[in-house]
Ligand binder design. Structure first.
Ligand SMILES: Cc1ncc(COP(=O)(O)O)c(C=O)c1O
Length: 394
């Protein structure tokens, strides 16, 4: 028995060594204190361009105070899944606030974006159905497709002709199109007008993952569907509470029938403990701020434009600025790691993203400015990353 265990451990060690040799080993960095434009990393302050805390709400005093109040009144845990005894007052209030914000009949709060995506797809698409998924969708949507018993067709990234061809060629009782609205690693956006047209033509459902869009797009931060004027034509909108909304968890918003179906059929909802009240209280406060404070969103976008323009002028390889995510393509994993390491030495955290998260040959830095960076911090990042990339290219 012990011999077997030792052999298994050795196999794991070999696997890890292989990952390291290919510059693909992942390690965690330990952050001290809270999230913000700067964080404490291994005891020193660094500028952080690594988080999805887009509106800078994770450590906002109003959000923290609301969380504290919910903790004092509701306690530390929801104690059970929502269908048992975990659906508490703060959860109900948050769902109503989300539905009101997004102009939907109802919303349902999930444990995380990952939970939501794996739960929704399998709940809506069964054996006789088909799911159509963009090739660059987030891993949680991919895993949701894997869990569903439906036929899964992957269409080329953003290629709506390919999508339509696949829909035509796939007989199914029910068709579900799933896509990120903002693609998390490239920062590009889906053609929502085109997608709603295709969905209407083929009587398909459209599910949008707005994880990187809520709080960031739209007059009151309602997401990309709201910003592009198609919200009423997207029956399933999913968003996360742990990114721009500075808390944790996720929601699905749509019709009452959709929400009731998920309450009954989404296994990741039914069989998982509800979010703790403190987390839900924080999310509620963050939504109020996101709706109310347009200037925060404007600062986020101004920062993204300043960073993008600065890095472009420094000669780095960038795509167009479609969202507030700024990827700097560097090619091979070692190049991305090396530039990230040099930037870190100068106090700028610019995370390297490597395969399999992105396609081979497109390893990159993924930079995420937030609303609470100031001009000086953005300019410092441009200077440091530009220099690091030039040194690497020599
Ligand atoms: C597009 C997208 N969807 C879903 C998720 C998962 O959300 P969560 O972190 O709340 O599990 C992420 C997280 O990174 C994401 O980028």
């Amino acid at each position: 028995m012990r011999l077997l265990a030792t052999r298994s451990v050795r196999a794991l060690e070999e696997d890890l060594a292989d990952l390291e040799a290919r510059d693909l080993l992942r390690v965690r960095r330990r952050v001290g204190g809270g999230q913000g434009p700067e964080v404490r990393l291994d005891g020193r302050r660094v500028l952080c361009f690594a988080s999805n805390n887009y509106l800078g709400l994770a450590a906002d005093p109003e959000v923290v105070a609301a969380s504290r109040t919910a903790l004092s009144t509701g306690g530390a845990s929801a104690g059970a899944s929502p269908l048992v005894s975990g659906h508490m007052d703060p959860h109900e209030e948050l769902e109503r606030a989300i539905a009101d914000w997004l102009g939907c009949e109802a919303a349902l709060v999930f444990g995380s974006g990952y939970h939501a995506n794996i739960g929704v797809i399998a709940a809506l698409a069964g054996r006789e159905d088909a799911v159509f998924s963009d090739a660059l969708n987030h891993a949680s949507l991919i895993d949701g497709c894997r869990l569903a018993r439906a036929a899964v067709r992957i269409y080329r990234h953003g290629d709506l002709d390919d999508l339509e061809e696949k829909i035509r060629a796939t007989p199914a009782r029910r068709r579900l199109i799933v896509t990120d609205s903002v693609f998390s690693m490239d920062g590009d956006t889906a053609d929502l007008a085109g997608l709603v047209e295709i969905a209407a033509r083929h009587e398909a459902w459209l599910m949008l993952d707005e994880a990187h869009a809520v709080g960031v797009f739209g007059d009151d931060g309602g997401g990309l569907a709201a910003a592009r004027g198609v919200a009423g034509r997207v029956p399933i909108r999913m968003g996360t509470l742990g990114k721009a909304l500075g808390s944790y968890g996720a929601f699905v918003a749509g019709s009452r029938a959709l929400v009731e179906t998920l309450v009954n059929r989404a296994r990741s909802y039914v069989f998982s403990t509800a979010l703790p009240p403190a987390v839900v209280g924080a999310a509620g406060a963050a939504i109020r701020i996101a709706r109310r404070e347009r200037t925060r969103r404007e600062r986020l976008w101004r920062n993204a434009r300043r960073l993008h323009e600065g890095l472009g002028a420094a000669g780095l390889r960038l795509g167009p600025l479609d969202s507030t995510i700024v990827p700097v393509i560097l090619g091979e994993p070692w190049a991305a790691l090396s530039v990230a390491r040099r930037a870190m030495e100068e106090g700028v955290w610019a995370p390297a993203i490597r395969p399999p998260t992105v396609a081979p040959g497109t390893a990159r830095l993924r930079l995420t400015p937030i609303a609470t960076h100031d001009d000086e911090q953005i300019d410092r990042a441009v200077e440091v990353i530009g220099r690091a990339a030039r040194q690497e290219a020599r």
